[in-house]
Design a protein around this ligand. Structure first.
Ligand SMILES: Nc1ncnc2c1ncn2[C@@H]1O[C@H](COP(=O)(O)OP(=O)(O)O)[C@@H](O)[C@H]1O
Ligand SMILES: [Mg+2]
Length: 286
């Protein structure tokens, strides 16, 4: 890993010694683009907020920043202004009407992986300003740059998203392999989400494929975190620039997000009420 990535990781890992609170950092990454990272990051954040957590989504996909687009908010300032020292973190943090805050990405600012020493220091110092949050969800760019790797290395949980498409599966396997060989944070919870599935079985089959192939390279465990149904609701929500979880909390994709956040928090669904029973059936024995 590059020197920059190493430094970022060092500082982010030491964040608990500098601040009273230790935010849980969850990165959302993928090998291939367009597999649903941004939608998952945003809706997961809203689900977490529903559990009473203080949540920030940081758009670290600096080439194709679009967290704010999915939420229908227009930021005045973004990471670009932060790195250029024009604005402080508090000034670029944006409230949304969904109970979460976002740090907007610098769309088109692809040079972030090659920040100068000064710029890097600004970025890292300012990141520490977010430690009041319970959960920081980082939407990274697809693939593995030094930048993406350093976020993953600093995270508590790294979620890798794939779809059932063979190209997405191959690329998911590729990123898992790089993480396994480049990152030595053995506390990292590496987790797989299969998005856009047609059935529970399809999700499980895809997950098994990635986990089995990746198994030979792993020095830490890759867990199957869950699946998300292919749901026209997601598409409609993107067009409306409204999170799908808000548009239809009982929609197929929304229920899957709800299930994923509960798995992350180790909250079991209990058999009993109609909804819980439904969810049990819905998700089978997974
Ligand atoms: N579960 C899903 N069901 C249906 N369409 C989806 C689903 N997830 C993602 N999509 C579609 O894929 C597009 C890309 O999703 P996005 O979250 O922007 O991906 P990424 O951030 O990985 O590039 C969305 O605009 C939506 O149309
Ligand atoms: Mg995206």
């Amino acid at each position: 890993m590059g020197d920059q990535a190493e430094k970022l990781r060092e500082i982010m890992q030491n964040r608990s010694t500098e601040h009273e609170k230790n935010s849980r950092i969850i990165t959302i990454s993928s090998g291939k683009g367009g597999v649903g990272k941004t939608n998952i990051a945003v809706n997961l954040a809203i689900a977490y907020a529903g559990l009473g957590k203080k949540v920030i989504v940081m758009d670290a996909d600096l080439g194709l920043a679009n967290v704010n687009v999915v939420l229908g908010v227009i930021p005045r300032y973004n990471l670009y202004h932060l790195i250029r020292r024009q604005k402080r973190m508090q000034e670029i943090l944006l409230n949304t009407s969904y109970g979460i805050q976002i740090v907007a990405g610098a769309s088109g600012f692809s040079k972030i992986a090659n920040l100068s020493d000064g710029e890097r220091k600004v970025f890292i110092d300012e990141l520490c300003e977010l430690s009041w949050a319970d959960i920081i969800i980082i939407d990274t760019s697809a693939g593995v740059s030094d930048n993406v790797l350093s976020f993953i290395a600093a995270a508590d949980d790294a979620v890798i998203v794939t779809t059932p498409e063979p190209t997405a599966i191959t690329d998911a396997y590729g990123i898992v392999k790089i993480i396994a060989t480049e990152i030595d944070n053995l506390d990292l919870g590496l987790k797989l989400v299969v998005n856009r599935v047609k059935s529970v079985t399809e999700g499980r089959r895809v997950a098994e494929r990635v986990i089995n192939i990746a198994g030979q390279f792993l020095n830490f465990k890759l867990d199957y975190l869950g699946f998300i149904y292919d749901d026209i609701l997601v598409h409609k929500a993107v067009l409306k620039q409204k999170p799908f979880l808000v548009m239809d909390p009982k929609g197929k994709a929304s229920i899957c997000i709800d299930h994923i956040v509960r798995r992350l928090e180790n909250i079991e669904y209990k058999e009993g009420s109609g909804m819980n029973k439904f969810l049990k059936r819905f998700f089978g024995s997974q």
